[in-house]
Ligand binder design. Structure first.
Ligand SMILES: [Zn+2]
Length: 269
């Protein structure tokens, strides 16, 4: 039996991931409005024109349409393309590094949840409890088996079951605590949704993964905020959704938490 061609498998993985990204976009648009996720079929939100079969192909439809509905010319948010691309690339990466395993399914599921939260925060400025709480519950249920599931996190120089669990809980407390402090110091700068999402990220990243996620999200959020300010897209003191930056930090911690931590520590030496 010959092994599947890696190029063919990567293309398949990309389209599977991008299609899940496409569904994440639909959920992000409809869930906060309490709409059904399947009915009506995909349509232009501005004019209601039903999308053709070709327009349902992720990534390529956005490019073919050049980001606009061809009937009413309303723009399709760049977020739609970004989520599809990130999910497609993530699927290739996960497939090439850990194929289909408990680890890859967990990483992929949590990455999907974080991107969904980011997309909803971007569109509606909320991070819904109804998505964060199930993520927290699943994470708490699974922490005793993180090692067996491949999300092995060293904590206090130990990979024992109890220390991995403690590492996860410490990550959750650290993530939520850091943002709670930000809210207490600068009320209105963040929402409690950010605090809960940071707690969830901490739970799945452990320690030091949570530190990597927090630093990456604060740094990228700070840079983006400054750029928007300079470009005149944001006023001084105006808040911006922080979910996308939390999701970015979480993805980095999930995929490369260990090496990035080594790099941070190296910078401090
Ligand atoms: Zn339209």
């Amino acid at each position: 039996m010959s092994l599947p061609n890696p190029v063919v498998m990567s293309v398949l993985a990309f389209f599977l991931g991008a299609s899940i990204g496409s569904f994440i976009n639909v959920v992000a648009d409809r869930l906060p409005r309490g709409e059904s996720l399947v009915q009506p079929p995909s349509h232009c939100p501005a004019c209601g024109r039903r999308l053709t079969v070709l327009e349902l192909v992720p990534v390529f439809s956005y490019m073919a349409l050049r980001g606009r509905c061809h009937q009413c010319h309303s723009t399709i948010p760049l977020r739609v393309l970004a989520v599809e691309l990130i999910m497609g690339l993530l699927a290739i990466y996960v497939w090439l590094t850990s194929a289909v395993s408990a680890e890859s399914l967990l990483v992929f599921s949590y990455a999907s949840l974080f991107l969904l939260l980011a997309a909803i925060d971007l569109e509606y400025g909320i991070i819904p409890d109804m998505l964060v709480y199930p993520g927290l519950a699943l994470g708490l249920l699974l922490t005793p088996w993180w090692r067996e599931l491949g999300l092995e996190r060293e904590f206090l120089n130990s990979t024992g079951r109890l220390s991995v669990m403690l590492g996860s809980l410490a990550g959750a407390v650290l993530g939520a605590g850091a943002f709670a402090v930000v809210i207490l110091l600068r009320p209105g700068s963040m929402g409690w949704g950010d605090v809960k999402m940071a707690g969830l990220i901490g739970l799945v990243s452990g320690v030091p993964g949570t530190v990597v996620a927090l630093l990456a999200s604060l740094f990228s959020g700070g840079v983006a905020g400054a750029v928007l300010l300079v470009m005149g897209h944001r006023r001084v003191g105006q808040t911006m959704p922080f979910g996308p930056f939390l999701a970015l930090g979480a993805l980095l911690a999930l995929l490369w938490g260990g090496p990035l931590w080594e790099w941070y520590v190296g910078l401090l030496r």
